[in-house]
Write a protein that binds this ligand. Sequence first.
Ligand code: IPM
Ligand code: MG
Length: 367
Amino acid sequence: MKLLILAGDGIGPEVMAEVKRVIDWFANRQGLEFEVNEDLVGGAAYDVHGTPLHDETLKRARESDAILLGAVGAPQYENLDFSIKPERGLLRLRKELDLFANLRPAICFDALADFSSLKRDVVSGLDIMIVRELTSGIYFGEPRGVHDDGEGGRIGINTQRYTTEEIRRVARTAFELAQRRDGKVCSMEKANVMESGGLWREEVQWVGDHEYPDIELSHMYADAGAMQLVRWPKQFDVIVTDNLFGDILSDEAAMLTGSLGMLPSASLGAFAQNDRPHALYEPVHGSAPDITGQGKANPCASILSFAMALRYSFDLNDEALRLETAVEKTLASGVRTPDLLQAKEVATPATTKDIGDAVIDHLEATL
Ligand code: IPM
Ligand code: MG
């Protein structure tokens, strides 16, 4: 099992250090054979190579079974040209490996139900899966850019663009997941104002009618969906949506679970030679420059992303569950980073490394 670790910027290296300890535990204590390589991405790569993703790194990414990514971006790169911003490193990886299906599960652990900004009964037991299209739409559509308008002003342009096949393939991923869950898919777009949204709705419906008649399919405008997500999120099972709406709705869903520091993700692509899809696993949170280097970062989202790698890239379901349970027990025991402590609590917050220690203790306890 070939892993490529791209820790990236900000808190990326800190949370990845804990993931590496978890990988070592599975290697040493469970006999799993990983080949682990590490490389640079984002600002870290720009500093060394002048580009946020070196061709050599892309080559290594193609040759690996799973990529584990930390985070990209930092304030010092904000004024760089778009083509070499840290974020482009991640976007290029997604595009070049055709990682079109981004799975973002929002699960509310019981121990964290009180940390959600919503009432306990609205979020406890929540388990939804957002499937975000990741390689097309307004993130990549042409034309794009900023031009002079010839009258002293400027025009900024981005293009929302989707093809039949791009919509159908991500819809299939959502339907497949729903078949193994509660059998419901809700598709979100803005078919009321965007032609591409109308096409999205028709194509998702087509896949539902022709290939998954057993799945209960519904459609919502994305604004109404955003509202329903905070009103009564448990009405959803699988949500499928485009690249931009998926970016926004998944951050919103993350807060339902208590903290942005809890949400893992898997980005899956077309099948590679060894019958495994290209896959990249990363926390939904970003590089968090405000807390970088202080030991405050919550590594749970990254650790849970590795659990997703065990499940989706290597079919190691028992191991994935074992790891998810260890994280849940860690949080239930009160070992928590500051994002998961309420002001009134006097408990000393745990450091990033404390979380890693506790997760490994709970893994040990399962032997
Ligand atoms: C995400 C992030 C990225 C995105 C950024 C870092 C490019 O917000 O993965 O949700 O917008 O897709
Ligand atoms: Mg985002």
